[in-house]
Design a protein around this ligand. Structure first.
Ligand code: F6P
Length: 363
C-alpha cells in the first residue's frame, strides 16, 4: 500500500483544512494509507508524533474550519540540507514515499528541491549508517504534488489560490463595517490590506466595495498622484458621498520604490482636504476565520486531484501543482508556475515597466 502524507506550509489560509481532508479521504478511498505532517516542514524534520497516520473520521468537520488544524511553520531547518536529510530519514522510517504540500511558492519550491535531492539524501543516510540499503531500497523515488494555499492569490498559472476568496470576503465585510461609521461622521478611512507583493486582494476589494482610491504594487502611481487622488475624492464628495475610502495594499510602492505609507495618505487627506481621517490596518483578521463556499469546493476538488496526480507521477516527469483555470481543475509543472510568478514579480519592478507607465501618462 502506498503511504501519502500531506502538510501545510507558510502562512495559513482558509481552505487548507478542506484540502487536507480531501487528500486524507481520497488517499484512503484509493487504497492508500494516509498521513499528516504537523507544523509544516518542521514536523517532517522533527518526525516522531508529528507525522501521524489518519483515518477517514479524523478529518470530520474540517471543511469549514479556518487556519490550518495540522499547524504550519516557516521552517529554517528544512532550508538547510541537514534538515532535509533528517526529513528524508523520517519519511523512510514511516514508509512514506509521496508528499502533498499545500502552501505558497516558497513552500512549493522547497518541496521540488527535496524531490530532486531525494536519491542523494538516501545515499548519504546509508553512507552515514543512519539507514541500511534494505531500508531505502523500496524508496527510490519521491512523488511530490503541490496545492497552492495562500490568501494573497499571488501564484501564476492558477486563477485562484486556496484561501484568497475567503480573505477577500472578510476584507469586503470589514470595509462595509467601516463604511457605516465613516458615513456617520463623514470621515475618511485609509484601509491597509495584506497581499505581500501582490495587489489582488486590494484591487478586488476596492472594486467590490466601490473605494475612492487604491494603491497596488503592480501599478505604482505616477508622480503627482497626491493631486490626482485629492481631485477624485473632492469630486466624489461634491456628488454627496459622505465617506471616503482609500485602500492600500501592504506592498504598494511609488515609482521611486518608496513604500506608500497609509499614515502618509491619511495625513494628506487630513491636511489637504480637511477630512477627519483614520487608518485601519485589517491585519490577520483577513487570514483567519471560516472558509467561504468557493474555498471549500476548490480545496476539495484540488485535494482529490492531488491524490490522483500523486498516483500518476512518473519518476522522470516534473512535479505537478494543481491549479484552477477557467473553472477547470488542472495540473501544470510546479516549477513552471513558480518561475512564471518570479517573472511577473520581477517585471513589476523592471525599468521597462516604469517606462511603459510614463508613456501611458503622457498619452
Ligand atoms: O502570505 C500571506 C500573508 O498573510 C501576507 O499577506 C502577509 O504579508 C504575510 O503573510 C504576513 O505574514 P506573518 O503572518 O508571518 O506576519
Amino acid at each position: 500500500k502506498r503511504r501519502i502524507a500531506v502538510l501545510t506550509s507558510g502562512g495559513d489560509a482558509p481552505g487548507m483544512n478542506g484540502a487536507v481532508r480531501a487528500v486524507v479521504r481520497m488517499a484512503i478511498h484509493s487504497g492508500c494509507e494516509s498521513f499528516v505532517v504537523h507544523e509544516g516542514y518542521e514536523g517532517l524534520v522533527a518526525g516522531g508524533d508529528l507525522i501521524k497516520q489518519m483515518h477517514w473520521e479524523d478529518v470530520r468537520g474540517w471543511l469549514s474550519r479556518g487556519g490550518t488544524l495540522i499547524g504550519s511553520a516557516r521552517s529554517a531547518r528544512f532550508r538547510e540540507r541537514d534538515g532535509r536529510l533528517q526529513a528524508a530519514k523520517n519519511m523512510v522510517l514511516k514508509g512514506i514515499d509521496a508528499l502533498v504540500v499545500c502552501g505558497g511558492d516558497g513552500s512549493l519550491t522547497g518541496a521540488d528541491l527535496f524531490r530532486s535531492e531525494w536519491p542523494s539524501l538516501l545515499q548519504e543516510l546509508v553512507k552515514k549508517g543512519q539507514l541500511t540499503e534494505d531500508q531505502v531500497l523500496p524508496y527510490t523515488t519521491l512523488n511530490i504534488v503541490g496545492l497552492v494555499g495562500s490568501i494573497d492569490n499571488d501564484m501564476s498559472g492558477t486563477d485562484a489560490t486556496i484561501g484568497c476568496y475567503s480573505s477577500l470576503t472578510r476584507i469586503c465585510d470589514a470595509v462595509d463595517d467601516v463604511f457605516d461609521t465613516a458615513a456617520s461622521h463623514q470621515r475618511g478611512f485609509v484601509i491597509e490590506v495584506m497581499g505581500r507583493h501582490c495587489g489582488w486582494l486590494a484591487l478586488m476589494s476596492a472594486i467590490s466595495t466601490g473605494a475612492d482610491w487604491l494603491f497596488i504594487p503592480e501599478m505604482p502611481p505616477r508622480d503627482g498622484w497626491e493631486e490626482d487622488m485629492c481631485t477624485v475624492i473632492t469630486k466624489n464628495r461634491e456628488r454627496g458621498k459622505r465617506r471616503t475610502i482609500v485602500i492600500v495594499a501592504e506592498g504598494a510602492q511609488d515609482r521611486h520604490l518608496n513604500k506608500i505609507s497609509s499614515t502618509a495618505v491619511k495625513d494628506l487627506l487630513s491636511t489637504r482636504l480637511g477630512l477627519d481621517t483614520r487608518v485601519t490596518v485589517l491585519g490577520h483578521t483577513q487570514r483567519g476565520g471560516a472558509a467561504c463556499a468557493y474555498d471549500r469546493w476548490l480545496s476539495t476538488l484540488q485535494g482529490v486531484e492531488a491524490v490522483k496526480a500523486v498516483l500518476d507521477v512518473k519518476p522522470d516527469s516534473p512535479s505537478p501543482v494543481i491549479v484552477i483555470r477557467e473553472n477547470k481543475i488542472e495540473r501544470m509543472p510546479l516549477m513552471d508556475a513558480v518561475q512564471q510568478t518570479k517573472d511577473v514579480t520581477a517585471r513589476i519592478h523592471a525599468k521597462e515597466f516604469d517606462q511603459a507607465m510614463d508613456m501611458r501618462d503622457s498619452e
